[in-house]
Design a binder for this molecule. Structure first.
Ligand SMILES: [Zn+2]
Length: 210
């Protein structure tokens, strides 16, 4: 799934929190956006492993949620929302495609790494790949509540992310082909210093093997 889809899912939850506790609407929205994006910052180093914790984020989100319920401040509520968004993201990656360069070919059995289980979890492919038409449709539906409830900067962020999502969906397959073409022409000595996940490899099972 696209990073933006994860953000919209987190914001849909933030809408519920904002309805219950409107004084925290702003901080929850900001934390949902950051937490929805955060796991994918590992794109250049151990993607879907380094910052993806499908089990641990959820455990800490529950604990942080309890603390926030007992001592509701901007910090406790924001931290709980951030962890919940990151947990949703890491869990949702399981429902998408695999880690390969062209996930629509469904050749990889790696969706997301679970540090709790100590192994890669297999992709369910409910959404076949990030930037698939169904991914964009899901993103649009999930973005709707936030568009109606939040205003100002949050709404602007949602609109920009929707535009980015549409653009990404349009060029997704061409991007993979362009990457393949480009890296096919780069000397091996240069490739060796490029972060692992940036280099497109048709079947990266060996590359990501630990
Ligand atoms: Zn992810």
């Amino acid at each position: 799934m696209m990073a933006t889809t994860h953000v919209f899912a987190a914001l849909a939850v933030a809408v519920v929190v904002a309805a219950v506790a409107p004084q925290f609407a702003g901080v929850v929205a900001a934390a949902a956006i950051l937490g929805g994006l955060f796991p994918d910052f590992d794109l250049v180093a151990g993607h879907r492993r380094t910052l993806h914790f499908p089990v641990y984020y959820a455990v800490f989100a529950v604990l942080a949620g309890l603390v926030a319920a007992i001592v509701p401040t901007d910090v406790t509520v924001g931290l709980a929302a951030f962890l919940l968004a990151a947990a949703l993201h890491s869990g949702a990656d399981l429902l998408g495609g695999g880690l390969e360069l062209k996930p629509w070919r469904a050749t990889s059995d790696r969706a997301v790494y679970s540090h709790y289980h100590g192994r890669w979890l297999a992709p369910r492919r409910w959404v076949r790949y990030d930037g698939a038409p169904e991914d964009l449709a899901l993103a649009a539906v999930l973005a709707l509540p936030a568009l109606f409830v939040f205003d100002g900067r949050v709404r602007s962020v949602v609109i920009v992310m929707l535009v980015v999502s549409i653009g990404y969906t349009v060029v997704r397959k061409r991007l993979a082909n362009a990457g393949e073409w480009l890296f096919g022409r780069v000397p091996a000595s240069v490739l060796s210093v490029v972060p692992q996940r940036v280099v497109p490899v048709e079947d990266d099972r060996e590359r990501t093997a630990e």
